[in-house]
Design a protein around this ligand. Structure first.
Ligand SMILES: CC(C)(COP(=O)(O)OP(=O)(O)OC[C@H]1O[C@@H](n2cnc3c(N)ncnc32)[C@H](O)[C@@H]1OP(=O)(O)O)[C@@H](O)C(=O)NCCC(=O)NCCS
Length: 143
């Protein structure tokens, strides 16, 4: 069964959080964000959300919002069972198209714990801007 990429909204956050708690479980020292943390992070922002779905099940998602002159990709995740099928690449395509349409650059931040994400960013031409003391790597793509 194939998947589709659709635009999501804040109404999808509760389901997205459930999926992301599985995706991000054990990745970082701290626990994956709770619904309250998503809500407080996204409060007063107009997030641009894309969802990958198979029938009614969310299997991937991206959440971005404007930060200075960029569209900042805050979250990107694909469920384990559905990786390496270009789903993240398609979510990136949608995110970058939104940034381009808004006249913004695309930015994101990631950590060395995700070689998959680093590989994807490199392949898509993102430039490493800086690395924080805690290892957080900031990337930018200009159009
Ligand atoms: C990162 C993630 C979203 C990628 O999802 P995906 O749908 O499997 O990715 P795609 O199939 O679109 O892209 C595959 C590309 O990723 C890169 N990649 C995948 N696995 C990799 C690995 N082990 N090492 C290096 N690069 C890798 C390659 O560039 C690959 O391209 P290729 O297929 O041409 O070789 C997914 O692994 C994930 O959700 N991981 C856990 C959460 C996470 O790390 N999020 C990002 C940090 S915020």
């Amino acid at each position: 069964m194939g998947h589709e990429i659709i635009q999501g909204s804040l109404e999808d956050i509760e389901e997205i959080v459930k999926v992301n708690q599985k995706i991000f479980s054990g990745m970082y020292e701290s626990e994956p964000y709770s619904l309250e943390q998503y809500n407080s992070k996204l409060e007063n922002k107009k997030p641009i959300i894309y969802i990958a779905k198979i029938e009614n099940e969310i299997i991937g998602n991206s959440i971005a919002f404007q930060k200075d002159n960029s569209l900042y990709l805050w979250i990107l995740g694909v469920s384990k069972d559905h990786r390496n099928k270009k789903i993240a690449s398609q979510l990136f395509d949608s995110f970058e198209e939104s940034a381009r349409n808004l006249g913004l650059t695309a930015t994101t931040k990631t950590y060395p714990v995700s070689p998959e994400m680093l590989g994807l960013l490199k392949k898509r031409g993102y430039e490493l801007i800086k690395t924080d003391d805690n290892g957080a790597m900031h990337f930018k793509l200009e159009f």
